[in-house]
Design a protein around this ligand. Structure first.
Ligand code: G6P
Length: 488
């Protein structure tokens, strides 16, 4: 018997996601809690801190940990005390198939347009098995755990591509509970979704349409979803009212809720001793200019192109040698996945090449890498950077850009260089310098332009973007969803 079954959760807003506010790792014979990375977690933390919220997340449970299941729940209760977290333990083979083989290797890759070798390539028999006995199975188990644990839930907020089938599964158990599915990453247009096996794409669309509301980051994602419903699931779609008729006749509204940040929490964090320590460390080695990037080490974030663009900057502008440093904060991510490991190797090779080539004339290695998930350290570097580089190949939103807008030092305003294909580019229009993500040349030029931009222009751009971010925060993101659901 697990803690979930012993302690019913009554009248709660129930958040469901693959990754919870913390990671539960089985190490050395016990469960340890680690800080989780990624935009989803930072978005949901403020909601999850409310006493009327319960958060279900999935955990891989190795066989030797099964005797310690109570330990898992106690760890969740003691060490994630800010939140009411219910971890769902899944056998490692189920978890690996659901999270690794389908969510990361298929859906993540497809939705970021990474097709072909190293991305989403083909679906063989093993992958079909991973779909049914991994991906679908995990969603089924999550629905069953909710049924066992929750009494009269107020609403379900289902998160992301790991859990597309879940809204329809929950509806079977709780036909009258309002639910919303939100996708944090880009949604593919019909021509791309069509590359998935027919039964999968139908299960995805019908699963999502099990919710009362479906939410996306941008207008483009919403339009893509509506088109997929029309052309891939033969649903009746009203492009004016943004509604889709589900198989059971319900009208499902499709909304746009751009993810954002919590300015007050960020400003409070900026005052913390750990940020002060990191700030002092960077001040010791401060060069005239710093270019900063902060992202998970992920091929979709396009770090390699960013370094190549920096190399080109050094190549073409010897006068900047020794005056500009590139600080790259690379957050470890999906380290079991070969594609991610190979990408890391390629990145480090490029960094070594650049540091060896330009270290002598710069007087020190021009690229500093921090391969760790240290939010405070990254914040200290962000606040005084001259260029923030966000050149993702594709990105649902990108909250780092919005974090920077809030914490950036107005005494020393920097410039955001962002790829057109990041969700945030729309809100940063007119404030940031935009680049096409695979265009190394344009990225180099944008970095140079940012470094040479007059102070008044930098200040104006930063202020405009800051005002924009302040006008739509994480709390707006949440309230809009709860209001549209009729919960608040
Ligand atoms: C993105 C996804 C999240 C995910 C995060 C980190 O932000 O939208 O669902 O949690 O990346 O990825 P990971 O695979 O480590 O959970």
């Amino acid at each position: 018997q697990t803690r979930q079954t012993r302690e019913p959760k009554q009248d709660k807003i129930v958040v469901l996601s693959n990754r919870g506010p913390n990671d539960f790792v089985w190490r050395g014979g016990s469960w340890v809690v680690e800080r989780a990375a990624g935009g989803l977690v930072s978005m949901l933390a403020p909601l999850a801190q409310r006493p009327d919220t319960t958060w279900f997340c999935c955990v891989s449970e190795p066989p030797d940990a099964q005797g310690e299941r109570d330990g898992l729940f106690t760890t969740a209760a003691d060490q994630c005390a800010e939140f009411d977290v219910v971890p769902l333990p899944l056998p490692p083979e189920v978890y690996q198939a659901y999270y690794g083989r389908i969510s990361n290797e298929v859906l993540w890759m497809l939705q970021h347009h990474m097709l072909g070798p190293g991305g989403y390539e083909l679906v063989d028999h093993a992958r079909y098995r991973a779909w049914s006995s991994g991906y679908f199975e995990a969603n089924r188990r999550l629905a069953a755990a909710v049924k066992e644990t929750c009494v009269a839930p107020r609403a379900f907020l289902v998160q992301d591509y790991h859990l597309y089938p879940l809204p329809a599964l929950l509806r079977r158990y709780f036909p009258h509970v309002r639910s919303l599915h939100f996708t944090h990453i880009p949604f593919p247009e019909p021509t791309v979704l069509r590359l998935l096996p027919k039964p999968w794409r139908e299960a995805i669309l019908h699963g999502m349409l099990g919710a009362d509301r479906v939410g996306f980051q941008t207008e483009e994602d919403r339009e893509a979803f509506l088109a997929c419903c029309k052309y891939q699931a033969e649903r009746e779609v009203d492009f004016e009212t943004k509604t889709v008729r589900a198989v059971d006749g319900r009208q499902v509204y499709v909304g746009v809720y751009p993810a954002s940040v919590d300015p007050e929490a960020l400003l409070a964090l900026r005052e913390s001793p750990r940020v002060a320590e990191a700030r002092a460390r960077f001040a010791d080695t401060r060069s005239e200019f710093s270019i900063v990037r902060v992202d998970r080490l992920d091929p979709s974030k396009n770090q390699l192109v960013g370094f190549k663009a920096f190399a080109q900057l050094l190549e073409t502008r010897p006068d900047l040698h020794g005056r500009v440093i590139f600080r790259a904060f690379l957050v470890p991510s999906r380290t079991d996945h070969t594609v991610y490991r190979d990408y890391k190797t390629a990145i480090y090779r490029e960094i070594d090449r650049i540091n060896e080539a330009y270290g002598p004339s710069c007087g020190r290695p021009p690229i500093e890498v921090y391969y760790t998930n240290d939010r405070e350290q990254a914040l200290a570097a962000l606040e005084r950077c001259d260029v923030l580089l966000v050149n993702s190949k594709e990105d649902g939103m990108n909250l780092v850009a919005k974090e920077w807008a809030i914490v950036a030092d107005t005494e020393h305003p920097g410039v955001l260089v962002v790829s057109e294909t990041a969700g945030v580019a729309e809100e940063a229009a007119g404030s940031a310098l935009t680049v096409s993500p695979l265009d190394v040349e344009e990225t180099t030029q944008a970095m140079v332009r940012a470094l040479e931009m007059p102070r008044t222009e930098r200040e104006g751009r930063l202020q405009r973007f800051r005002a924009r971010v302040r006008s739509w925060t994480a709390s707006h993101w949440l309230t809009a969803q709860l209001t549209d659901l009729g919960v608040e």
